[in-house]
Design a protein around this ligand. Structure first.
Ligand code: 8X3
Length: 252
């Protein structure tokens, strides 16, 4: 009997990461949930285990390289890595944006993805059939006013994905980039606006059906479960009501 493929998901404590963990578990993976918030990933792992899936939790800050390296020693062989941890801080114009926000976004989105991918690449390669997923964003493909620091970081992640794909071609590892547009999750916009729920709600105001975390998890799971020789390089997924980063149809 073939061994159950293992999938590591970063930022699995909520939103797209948690939804992806659920869907990859349902698709037959043993999921390893990582995030800083241990209580949340432990609760999700327990819920998945209760439902008959294989799931474990490991508290991890992807920006802490020593901790990431320590985590990676547990894997001799790995089927899937989903780099989902990241996020936005602030929506200020370039003229007034806080350099610390820019730094932090680069650190979590780009260096975090770099750390985990570098540390787990040997195990992904050793599996003979590895998949790296990079959750970038439509912000990684074009800019918008007030997006500055986040857009810069997501462009960095997009470049990381494209460069890695070039560099490891010929090895048994594929690199899939999923770039969602407007996704309404419980935390993304609230974190961006530092807990200001009114500002966060305005992001989605009047938008008929923004994407959900499950929509994106479904996209990731579809891409990951294609036959090994099929590499979905880049998938842009937006709600129907969003035609571009700055062209959103609102009913109010
Ligand atoms: C999230 C999409 O439009 O908020 O990655 O930058 S956006």
């Amino acid at each position: 009997m073939a061994a159950t493929p293992i999938a590591v998901i970063t930022g699995a404590s909520s939103g797209i990461g948690a939804a992806t963990a659920r869907q990859l578990a349902a698709a037959g993976h043993r999921v390893v949930l990582t995030a800083r918030r241990k209580d949340r990933i432990e609760a999700l792992a327990a819920e998945l285990t209760e439902a008959g899936h294989q799931a474990t939790a490991y508290a991890l800050d992807v920006t802490d390289r020593a901790a990431v390296d320590e985590f990676a020693t547990a894997f001799r062989s790995l089927a899937v890595l989903v780099n989902n941890a990241g996020g936005a801080l602030g929506a200020d114009p370039v003229a007034t944006g806080d350099p610390d926000d820019w730094r932090q976004m680069y650190e979590t989105n780009v260096i975090g993805t770099l750390n985990v991918t570098q540390a787990l690449l040997p195990a992904l390669t050793a599996s003979g059939d590895g998949t790296v997923v990079i959750l970038s964003s439509t912000a990684g493909l074009s800019t918008y006013e007030g997006g500055g620091g986040y857009v810069a970081a997501k462009h960095g992640e997009h470049v990381l994905a494209e460069t890695l794909r070039l560099e490891i071609v010929g090895t048994p590892v594929r690199v899939i980039e999923v770039a969602p547009g407007m996704v309404k999750t419980e935390e993304f916009a609230t974190t961006r606006f530092r807990g200001d729920t009114e500002k966060a709600a305005k992001v989605y105001a009047g938008v008929d059906a923004p994407l959900t975390a499950d929509d994106v998890a479904d996209t990731i799971t579809w891409a990951v479960t294609r036959p090994s020789h099929v590499n979905i390089d880049l998938l842009v997924v937006r709600p129907r009501a969003q035609a571009s980063n700055s062209k959103v149809h609102r009913t109010t």
